[in-house]
Ligand binder design. Structure first.
Ligand code: GLV
Ligand code: MN
Ligand code: MN
Length: 437
């Protein structure tokens, strides 16, 4: 009888250790969503802005009041740590910057899920030999520089890139960083040494329709797409829209239009079938008056594919096509790459732990690729990484009406907590016995 009771209470204790606090998670998602929120228009919380820095201060105060250490690195990433400062760590996180008019979960869910894990480890006094860190990577959405925080941590950027980075209105990243109290010239201090991060797990909403359409609560990511953005500026000559004959014009928009049409067709024909994407999300025609011939057209092309080689070929072919179209209409064209993220495969060791965690929480799951970019694809270059997805209602994201029902958010956070526990308790992730990933 007595021993039965002990078994039951040990089981109850184990159960308790493996679950997040759902009310606290839900409350924290609601509070974080209020920073930068305009009712009906979504959340606009770009990195280093006032609302972003208010969110950072709130996250820090929450962590500190839970007895956890919170600190910023030199580039503006925020970390919340459970465990000794001098130990390597298992890390989980995402970002709290948003696209303009974004929703409440893209990034925020992964950061708050990770902080909830840190709180549970502290409350249950998890006795790990290594530390756990929750991370809020700065500037994932790329107002100034896509994936700035995770790239700085992985040692994948230079001071020149920081000096050149500007938002679409021309405002420099340097000024934004300084106004938030960071010294851009010290950004290299954010780089982590190899072996500092033993494993990385990112929790995120899917942002697409697959899980919902299959009625599956958990996606385990096996690979993340790579992406490139190229800016082209076509330059011609303005003039009177009625008097200059069509064959004597140097109409910048006409050249750009032919380029867009041809580059789109070429990318779709030659990229990885079914997996390649290209988008022309920014087209600015100047001077932008009906009776003036356009003398300038700026186009930003985004290309995504899961093959690095394909991406390289598609970018070169698109740039060459821009030059061909410019020649045809006697225009000048310049091009520059404004951001690049490599495709990444997730670690089979981390993915195995996520699978085990999904089973432990009785969660149906599928393995799936990510067509969206994530900090995990950068961290994968320095540590074994994995990702957990939960369904997005209607597959909608990067919109104010992005939504995921709380039952999925809670389940995903429990899968994250269990994944982290399994990794922390597995001596194969111990630095002294670490081998290949
Ligand atoms: C990330 O937000 C992306 O655009 O893939
Ligand atoms: Mn996003
Ligand atoms: Mn995101």
């Amino acid at each position: 009888m007595g021993s039965n009771n002990r078994v039951m209470s040990e089981n109850a204790e184990f159960e308790r250790q493996c679950k997040v606090n759902p009310e606290r998670l839900q409350d924290s998602l609601e509070v974080l969503a209020s920073f930068g929120m305009v009712p009906g228009k979504g959340i606009t919380r770009p990195s280093f802005s006032r609302s972003y820095e208010q969110a950072r201060a709130w996250l820090k105060s929450e962590a500190e009041s839970a007895g956890l250490l919170a600190y910023d690195d030199a580039v503006g990433n925020l970390f919340i740590r459970y465990g000794d400062r001098d130990r390597p760590c298992v890390m989980s996180g995402s970002h709290v910057d948003t696209v303009p008019g974004g929703g409440p979960f893209d990034g925020a869910y992964g950061v708050l899920g990770a902080i909830e894990v840190a709180r549970r480890l502290k409350e249950t006094k998890e006795n790990a030999t290594v530390a756990f860190e929750a991370a809020a990577f700065v500037e994932e959405e790329g107002r100034y520089y896509d994936l700035l925080g995770s790239k700085a941590l992985a040692g994948q950027m230079s001071l020149e890139e920081i000096e050149e980075a500007r938002d679409s209105s021309g405002a420099p990243l340097m000024e934004a960083m300084k106004s938030a109290g960071f010294s851009p010239e010290r950004f290299a201090e954010a780089k982590r040494e190899s072996g500092d991060i033993l494993a990385y797990v990112e929790l995120h909403i899917e942002q697409g329709p697959v899980l919902e359409s299959k009625n599956i609560p958990i996606g385990i990511v096996d690979e993340i797409t790579g992406g490139r953005q190229i800016e082209y500026v076509f330059a011609g000559e303005s003039g009177h829209a009625g008097t200059v004959p069509m064959d004597l014009r140097r109409d910048a928009f006409t050249g750009a239009l032919e380029f867009i049409h041809g580059a789109r067709a070429h990318v779709l024909e030659t990229g990885t079938p079914g997996r390649v994407r290209t988008t022309f999300g920014t087209v600015e025609v100047s001077p932008g008056f009906p009776s003036r011939i356009p003398d300038r057209c700026l186009v930003i092309q985004e290309i995504r594919d899961f093959s690095q080689q394909k991406l390289d070929e598609l970018v070169s072919a698109s740039v060459a096509h821009a030059q061909t179209c410019a020649r045809k209409y006697r225009l000048d064209v310049s091009s520059r790459e404004i951001c690049a993220a490599s495709p990444a495969r997730m670690s089979s060791r981390v993915t195995a732990k996520i699978r085990e965690a999904a089973q432990a929480t009785d969660s149906d799951f599928i393995t799936m690729p990510s067509g969206a970019g994530h900090d995990a694809q950068v961290i994968a270059s320095i540590a074994p990484a994995g990702m957990i997805f939960v369904p997005s209602k209607g597959g909608i994201s990067h919109r104010h009406d992005e939504w995921t029902d709380f039952e999925f958010l809670e389940r995903g956070a429990n899968v994250l907590l269990n994944s982290i526990l399994l990794i922390l308790r597995d001596s194969n992730f111990d630095p002294t016995i670490q081998s290949e990933f």
